[in-house]
Design a protein. Structure first.
Ligand SMILES: Nc1ncnc2c1ncn2[C@@H]1O[C@H](COP(=O)(O)OP(=O)(O)OP(=O)(O)O)[C@@H](O)[C@H]1O
Ligand SMILES: [Mg+2]
Lengths: 259, 266
């Protein structure tokens, strides 16, 4: 339904997954997933726990290497390697520099300041000198409203602040796509809003995003493409309307269960 | 005769009068402990990394290494390495080298377990976050995993260092003239057992207390303080706070001119 030709004149897909399969031991977690994300598109993925949402997201930046299928980014194939050959070293790293990822548990580096969290990859991956890296890092902390917290350590920040630093840490690398894995699930209810606000303005600014979330309001508001996953397959996908009138019984049942 | 006399009168100045003998022993004790501990730390790190290897053969081999060296009493091991192996097979190593070797091997097993625990205590999400911004595995280990594991293992490693200073005394048995050995010789020669061993005890106490405070200092250095809000005013912290304030001013000034997107409104 949502297939768009990759060649020809249509909009250029940024991310393209084809027939992805992934097992952990005997646990067949992804069973043939196709996903195409276009520039500027906002994809929202939802589904029950254990359905493979995180694994799918982690396949996009090859934190998880699929058993079969192909991972394309920006018109180039990155994995899993032709005929089962190993992924060339460093190739996944190039891919990850162009894809930001935000985690449920923030995963800030607790032993360095907010500023250093944001500047670390600029310095070590992009090899930008410290003064310039710190200026850029501070600019991104300012964008998420945390310029005054630049010298704080993650342990001294609230969950919402930590997640905003984590977003800045990804954004500062200038990614073409941002992946969010349940970014608000670990937050106290009163802190969810500030993180969603940042994500909403990021979406408005035109960033391409893939968001796993159970915040259906967010999906209704910014989800250009909304995907319901269960048991490693895409059960149903659609526009903003999917939350009100899903076709598949499994989707309806899931949406009812989380309200 | 004189032994009986010596027990009758306590002469604390005896310790001071023989300070050169004690100092010679202490100096060797310190060197043995430092060298053996440095080697054991390096070897322990290798043991820890190899034990976490995904290979089906390396991990179990290192597990056996750890279990074997931890299971042998150190005194027995010292004798085994020197008389058992070095002399029997006529390796040309000195008693000091044999003693350092025995201490190193056994402590590398203990430290290896401590380091492995520390590395594994760093949540996997930390590695994932580092890799997600494009850091390589070595960078991730050096910049993200190691500093956190280092903080976790510092207190138990300090205990191991104190243990090393104490355990280094066991090499007296193969004739290494460290603190305990020179104390024994002095006591046997002068019969002033109480003064001699009191001196020995005091010296060990001073050494281990110094190490204790050294590690307390290191732990304090690990404290994470926000230089902008804390009242700690070390020259370094003050300089850094100045830099950061200028950085904030620069960003605030650029905010109005640049047409960058602000993602949060506060
Ligand atoms: N590294 C791993 N090793 C083994 N099994 C794994 C691993 N990662 C995920 N799994 C398994 O894969 C399945 C899908 O996990 P995944 O985290 O992708 O689900 P999810 O949809 O994100 O669930 P949740 O909503 O709870 O986050 C689960 O059964 C999980 O136990
Ligand atoms: Mg998940």
């Amino acid at each position: 339904m949502n297939e768009t030709p990759t060649n020809g004149s249509g909009p250029q897909p940024v991310v393209r997954l084809r027939d992805i399969h992934k097992s952990f031991g005997s646990n067949h977690v992804l069973r043939g997933i196709d996903l195409t994300v276009h520039k500027g598109q906002h994809v929202v993925v939802f589904g029950p726990s254990g359905s493979g949402k995180s694994t799918l997201l982690r396949t996009i930046n090859l934190l998880e290497v699929p058993d079969s299928g192909s991972v394309w980014f920006d018109g180039k194939e990155y994995g899993p390697g032709i005929d089962g050959e190993e992924l060339p070293k460093g190739k996944a790293r190039l891919l990850r520099q162009e894809i930001g990822m935000v985690f449920q548990q923030f995963n800030l580096f607790p032993h360095i300041t907010a500023l250093d969290n944001v500047a670390l990859a600029l310095r070590r991956v992009k090899r930008i000198a410290r003064p310039e890296a710190e200026l850029r890092a501070a600019t991104y902390l300012d964008r998420v409203g945390l310029l005054d917290k630049l010298a704080a350590y993650p342990g001294q920040l609230s969950g919402g602040q930590q997640q905003r630093v984590a977003i800045a840490r990804s954004l500062v690398m200038g990614p073409k796509v941002m992946l969010f894995d349940e970014p608000t699930s670990a937050l106290d209810p009163e802190l969810v809003g500030e993180v969603l606000a940042v994500m909403r303005s990021l979406a408005e600014s035109g960033m391409t995003m893939v968001v796993v979330t159970h915040e259906m309001g967010f999906g209704e508001e910014v989800g250009d493409l909304n995907i319901f996953m269960d048991d490693g397959v895409v059960v149903e996908q659609g526009g903003r309307g999917i939350y009100k009138d899903a076709h598949e019984p499994r989707t309806r049942e899931f949406l009812r269960s989380i309200l | 005769m004189s032994g009986v006399l010596a027990q009758a009168t306590f002469r604390p100045e005896f310790i001071w009068d023989n300070r050169d003998i004690f100092l010679d022993g202490v100096w060797l004790t310190v060197r043995i402990a430092l060298v053996a501990f440095a080697l054991a730390t390096a070897l322990g790190l290798i043991v820890a990394l190899l034990r976490m290897s995904k290979s089906w053969i390396v991990g179990p081999i290192m597990a056996s290494y750890v279990n074997v060296f931890r299971a042998i009493p150190l005194l027995v091991f010292v004798l085994f390495v020197y008389y058992g192996v070095a002399i029997h097979f006529s390796f040309s190593i000195s008693a000091i080298q044999a003693g350092v070797l025995a201490l190193t091997l056994q402590y590398s097993a203990w430290l290896g377990e401590i380091f492995r625990g520390g590395i594994q205590a760093v949540p996997d999400g930390q590695r994932q976050a580092a890799m997600s911004v494009g850091m390589s595995r070595p960078q991730t280990f050096a910049r993200v995993v190691m500093p956190q594991a280092g903080r976790i293992v510092t207190p138990p490693t300090g205990n191991m260092f104190i243990g090393m200073i104490k355990d280094s005394s066991l090499v007296y048995i193969i004739g290494v003239p460290e603190l305990l050995r020179v104390s024994n010789l002095l006591a046997n020669r002068t019969f002033r057992y109480f003064e001699v061993y009191l001196g020995t005890v005091i010296v060990y106490l001073i050494l281990t207390t110094a190490v204790y405070f050294l590690f307390k200092y290191i732990e304090r250095r690990f404290q994470l303080v926000d230089v902008l809000t804390s009242k700690v005013r070390s020259p370094f912290a003050r300089r850094r706070a100045g830099q950061l304030r200028r950085l904030q001013e620069a960003v605030t000034a650029a905010r109005d001119t640049e047409s960058t997107v602000r993602l949060a409104t506060e």
